[in-house]
Design a protein around this ligand. Structure first.
Ligand SMILES: NC(=O)c1ccc[n+]([C@@H]2O[C@H](COP(=O)([O-])OP(=O)(O)OC[C@H]3O[C@@H](n4cnc5c(N)ncnc54)[C@H](OP(=O)(O)O)[C@@H]3O)[C@@H](O)[C@H]2O)c1
Length: 277
C-alpha cells in the first residue's frame, strides 16, 4: 500500500489533548467547524475531500457528562453519526477515538478487542453509542479505544501528571489512588500507533495503549522517583472514599493487533522530553 498522504487527513477536535500531537493535515478549530453543525460538516468534507477523518471532538469531562447527559450524547454519539455520514459522502475512512470506559471495569485482566462492552457511566455509554453509530453507518471505519491518556507538557498539562509534577517541584505532598487500574498512555505514542494502523489499513475495533497496568499511585511514584522525592507520594484507596465518580476498578487495555512500549518507558520519555525531568 502507498504511504498515507497525510495532507488529506481531516482531524476534528485537534486543539485538545490528543489532537495537539497531530501536526499534519486539515485541523479546523471548533469556531471554523462545529462537528454538530451537520450541514457545515458535510459542506466542509465535500469541499476538502479528505481520505481519512479522525473524530476527536468528544465531551470528555466525565463528571459533566453525568450532570448533562443530553450534551454528552450529542457530542459523543450524535456527532459520530454525522462524521460517519460525511465520511461516506467522499468515500473516506472514519476514525473514532473511543475509551476503555465502554467496559464495566470488573474484569481482573486487561480488556481485549474481543471483550463485550458494558458501559456503567453516561460518558462510557455515550462513547459506546458513538462506536455503534460508526459500526452501523460508516462504510470504512476504525474505532481506536484508549485509556488514561497523558501529554501536553508544562504549557497545557493541567491533568494528573501536570498537577503532581507542579506540586512535587514545590515540595508539596501528593496522594494518589492505588486500587483503581488503567493503562497510562502517552498521547504522542497513541497518535503514532493510530497513524500506523490507518496506514496499514487496519479497520474495525483496535485497542491502542502503552503496555502494562498501573494504578495512579504507581505512576505518581515513578514521577516522584525521577524528581528524587518518592517520600512525598501518599497512597489512597478509592474504596475508602465516598466519591460519586463511578470510577471503574480496572480499565486497562491490551491488543491482539497493536503493541506499544511500556507505560513506564512512555511516561519516562514524556517527563524527559517535555518536562526535562
Ligand atoms: N484523554 C483521555 O484520557 C481519553 C481516553 C480515552 C478516549 N479519549 C477520547 O479521545 C477524544 C479526544 O480526547 P482529548 O482528551 O483530546 O479531549 P479534549 O482535550 O477534551 O479535546 C476535545 C476537543 O474536541 C473539540 N470539540 C468539542 N466539541 C466540539 C464540537 N462540537 N465541534 C468541534 N470540536 C469540538 C474541543 O475543542 P474546544 O477546546 O474548542 O472545546 C477539543 O479540541 C475524545 O473523544 C475522548 O473521548 C480520551
Amino acid at each position: 500500500m502507498d504511504k498515507l498522504d497525510k495532507t488529506r487527513v481531516l482531524t476534528i477536535g485537534s486543539s485538545g489533548l490528543i489532537g495537539s500531537y497531530i501536526d499534519f493535515g486539515l485541523r479546523p478549530h471548533r469556531a471554523e467547524l462545529d462537528v454538530l453543525d451537520q450541514v457545515a460538516l458535510m459542506a466542509f468534507v465535500r469541499a476538502e475531500k479528505p481520505h481519512t477523518i479522525i473524530h476527536l471532538a468528544g465531551a470528555t469531562d466525565t463528571r459533566a457528562c453525568e450532570q448533562d447527559p443530553a450534551k454528552a450524547y450529542m457530542r459523543n454519539a450524535v456527532s459520530a453519526y454525522y462524521v460517519a455520514l460525511a465520511a461516506n459522502a467522499v468515500d473516506a475512512k472514519a476514525v473514532y477515538v473511543s475509551t476503555s470506559r465502554v467496559f464495566n471495569g470488573k474484569k481482573k485482566t486487561s480488556y481485549t478487542e474481543d471483550d463485550m462492552p458494558d458501559p456503567q457511566s453516561i460518558y462510557g455509554h455515550s462513547k459506546y453509542l458513538g462506536e455503534s453509530a460508526f459500526r452501523a453507518v460508516a462504510k470504512k471505519y476504525l474505532v481506536a479505544r484508549t485509556c488514561w491518556v497523558f501529554g501536553g507538557g508544562p504549557k497545557r498539562d493541567s491533568k494528573f501528571y501536570g498537577s503532581i509534577i507542579r506540586a512535587l517541584k514545590q515540595d508539596q505532598r501528593v496522594s494518589a489512588i492505588d486500587d483503581v487500574y488503567g493503562s497510562p498512555t502517552y498521547a504522542k505514542d497513541f497518535i503514532a500507533a493510530l497513524m500506523d494502523a490507518i496506514d496499514s489499513g487496519v479497520s474495525g475495533v483496535v485497542h491502542i495503549g502503552n503496555t502494562g497496568i498501573a494504578s495512579r499511585y504507581e505512576s505518581a511514584l515513578l514521577v516522584a522517583q525521577r524528581l528524587k522525592k518518592p517520600e512525598l507520594v501518599e497512597k489512597r484507596m478509592y474504596s475508602d472514599t465516598q466519591g460519586y465518580d463511578l470510577l471503574p476498578e480496572n480499565e486497562s487495555i491490551v491488543s491482539a493487533r497493536v503493541s506499544l512500549r511500556t507505560w513506564h518507558e512512555a511516561l519516562a520519555s514524556y517527563l524527559k522530553d517535555e518536562w526535562s525531568i
